[in-house]
Design a binder for this molecule. Sequence first.
Ligand code: MG
Length: 202
Amino acid sequence: MSMRIGYGWDSHAFKPGVPLKIGGLAIDHPEGLAGHSDGDVLLHAITDALLGAVSAGDIGTFFPPGDPRWKNADSAIFLNLALEEIQNAGYRIVNIDTTLVLAAPKIGPIAGELREHVADLLDIEPNAVGIKAKTPEGLSVDHVAQAHAVVLLEQVEDPTELKSMTAVIESQRQLEDVVKDLVSQVHGEPVRKPTFDTEDIT
Ligand code: MG
């Protein structure tokens, strides 16, 4: 059976006056994460890990810097597109593991809830999701949140199973029009090559 691994990393600075969202979860905290989208550092790292696992580029390939459509966007849109990409490539998630690096808030008390929420977004079991957190000792980045993510994929051998996976995503999230539009934009322009832009505005 064919298997693939993927790795993703992201960072966002904290900013007063914006809501904090990590892993799609709204977290009570005086500051949120700055970004063109909702700044969800964990979902961005997972999205890049999924895209990387099937050599589909990165988050900037699909969501170019400065595109007004993604202003304050829910990062679940980005994640859903990455899920679509791995399914189109014929794979499904075996498990993911993540590490958050941030001084505050403490992740330990909400790690269980975070794990269940991320599992729900990925349509996998909570025991297939690792959520860990560390403080940035010695890094002098106390006002920044970083996230690392690795994912393991396995090839889906039964094509009918792939169809049912896609149906679940479409029915649950109602983001299919956005995702299909993005996929066609990236794959439908023959002259366009993936832009591996290092400027991450998402
Ligand atoms: Mg980001």
